[in-house]
Write a protein that binds this ligand. Structure first.
Ligand SMILES: CC(C)(COP(=O)(O)OP(=O)(O)OC[C@H]1O[C@@H](n2cnc3c(N)ncnc32)[C@H](O)[C@@H]1OP(=O)(O)O)[C@@H](O)C(=O)NCCC(=O)NCCS
Length: 172
């Protein structure tokens, strides 16, 4: 059963929780985010939270366990606005806490993020995943994303990058 959740954008005050959440799921990415040549997780979070066009949206439990170091953070999406054009956005991160997967939480989070993007005038959303990540591929396709290009062997070991996009109807 899905816990009672609120969905909101992060602020600088969320730095440590965002960092710890990405560290928790780092190994679920291929290659892990910590091993990508962009300064590591710390730099990724620092840059995002310091940039007005990049932010995280989190789903968190309204009543977390007091012992929970993440204070109820169960899913998170990172989004860069005005990615290539004024009216597009790129989802640079999406994950659900391993203990809360397959409860519909990422779908809830994404649907709310999409509403926020449409209200900000976004017409197209981009993201990517890698071949073999069946959960993400099914997830994005269920939500209406379409593959528009495939970069063969982009991640080595025969692993391809799948680039997806979805058109939105902006509310501005
Ligand atoms: C992909 C991910 C975010 C999905 O999160 P989630 O909260 O478990 O997803 P939801 O419960 O909202 O699932 C929504 C839909 O996604 C698809 N889906 C989710 N998990 C799936 C799985 N393990 N296998 C197949 N389809 C899956 C299904 O279509 C599902 O809808 P359905 O239950 O009606 O069939 C999660 O598996 C995750 O964090 N993976 C590791 C990080 C990652 O790969 N992120 C994406 C990188 S591009």
């Amino acid at each position: 059963m899905q816990p009672e959740l609120v969905i909101r954008e992060t602020t600088q005050d969320d730095f440590c929780r965002v960092l710890h959440f990405i560290e928790l799921v780092d190994g679920d990415f291929y290659p892990p985010l910590s091993q990508r040549g962009d300064g590591g997780i710390y730099e990724r979070v620092r840059t995002s939270l310091a940039t007005s066009n990049a932010n995280y949206v989190v789903a968190e439990m309204t009543e977390p366990e007091p012992s929970d170091g993440l204070q109820g953070l169960v899913a998170m999406a990172g989004c860069t606005f005005k990615w290539q054009q004024e009216d597009d956005a790129y989802i640079n991160f999406l994950a659900t806490h391993p203990s809360y997967r397959k409860y519909g939480i990422a779908e809830l989070l994404y649907r709310q993020l999409e509403e926020m993007l449409a209200e900000k005038g976004v017409n197209r959303v981009y993201l990517c995943t890698w071949s073999g990540n069946r959960a993400a591929m099914r997830f994005y396709e269920k939500l209406g994303f379409i593959v528009y290009s495939i970069v063969l062997n982009d991640r080595g070991n025969g692993i391809n990058t799948l680039n997806y996009r979805k058109r939105l109807i902006a509310k501005q």
